[in-house]
Design a binder for this molecule. Sequence first.
Ligand SMILES: *[C@@H]1O[C@H](CO)[C@@H](O)[C@H](O)[C@H]1NC(C)=O
Ligand SMILES: *[C@@H]1O[C@H](CO)[C@@H](O)[C@H](O)[C@H]1NC(C)=O
Ligand SMILES: *[C@@H]1O[C@H](CO)[C@@H](O)[C@H](O)[C@H]1NC(C)=O
Length: 371
Amino acid sequence: MGLRAVLSVALLAVQCLASPAPKPEQANTPAPRAGTLKFTGVNIPGFDFGCDTSGNCNEGAAYPPLTQYYGADGAGQMTHFVNDDKYNTFRLPVAWQYLVGYEVSNPLNTTNLAVYDALVQACLGTGAYCIVDIHNYARWNGAIIGQGGPTNAQFAATWSQLAAHYKNESKIIFGVMNEPHDIPNITLWAGSVQAAVTAIRNAGATEQIILLPGSDYASAQQFISDGSAAALSTVVNPDGSFTNLIFDVHKYLDSDNSGTHSECVTNNIEDAWEPLAQWLRTNNRQAFNTETGGGYDDSGCLTYMCEQIAYQAQNSDVFLGYVGWAAGNFYVGYVLSELPTDEGNGVWTDVPLVQKCMAPIAGAQQGSTGQ
Ligand SMILES: *[C@@H]1O[C@H](CO)[C@@H](O)[C@H](O)[C@H]1NC(C)=O
Ligand SMILES: *[C@@H]1O[C@H](CO)[C@@H](O)[C@H](O)[C@H]1NC(C)=O
Ligand SMILES: *[C@@H]1O[C@H](CO)[C@@H](O)[C@H](O)[C@H]1NC(C)=O
């Protein structure tokens, strides 16, 4: 998560001027907006709780965001997001350890898989796309997959079993790994990703999207410069094609791209999205922004997030969409909360950032006013 240069106010002013207000005869032409993107969604965390960036995941800390397991009403949240906001995608982070019962050489733990699957089925039940995200930072208890830690075969075995379980579900998306970082050898990491892709396809999940993450916490900004783009470009399906192999990129809007500050300081366009869009177009590939977010009621976030989403929508040939961080089991008041508040009587209220920028329906409203 290297520090980036902060865009100057002057530069941002220029970018704002670059999208002129619609002339009267254009007023009925909606501006590009979230609804133009194929996938718009929210992360529903909980099964990843207890994991740190070293891939240590404390046993007993996974916290299902489901009321039947004493968690938040993740199922109700997703239903609200689909019905009221017109989202169509949820990302469902889970600790690798949880899936295999905290022993890396284990097969999938049927008890734990059934609990996680309750969230997946609740997601599928809304009609949305559901991203199965192993939230381990390319690691298991501090050691890197294929580079001193678990073998590629062990990693592939988990994915083979998950893919066999979900192979008939066209709306499952396989998120191979959350936020690899400090990867000593990116070529070797691409080999680990290849092992997962091959395992998923050979298990019978031949059509679904698979998300390929680079290093630097899957940074959209560093994807090219850190070698992730070149290395991951070699990952192929068993038939040699790149069909539905999509790059997984993250980007926050705070001062150090950490997603820990409430203030947003950038729309990421100049430093991240624009160069990435050019690279993707040149190389005939696509990316999906599966984590982004900002302070839920920060005036900077309300500006910059809307700008980021509008830019992604303008470039929907190469950007498939975004997934906000986060709802699920986070607490009301969490700095990046996208938690809707359940008012009872089936009424949910969204935080301002979701209401005004992130919800696809908010984009429709922007479009209708030409913003
Ligand atoms: C699943 O893992 C848990 C630990 O999380 C363990 O107690 C349980 O025995 C395992 N169950 C199966 C069916 O492997
Ligand atoms: C997938 O569909 C096939 C064909 O209908 C069926 O035989 C198989 O049991 C299904 N597998 C799963 C995991 O649901
Ligand atoms: C990465 O690993 C590959 C394959 O073992 C090796 O050829 C290459 O030299 C390594 N690169 C670095 C930078 O260590």
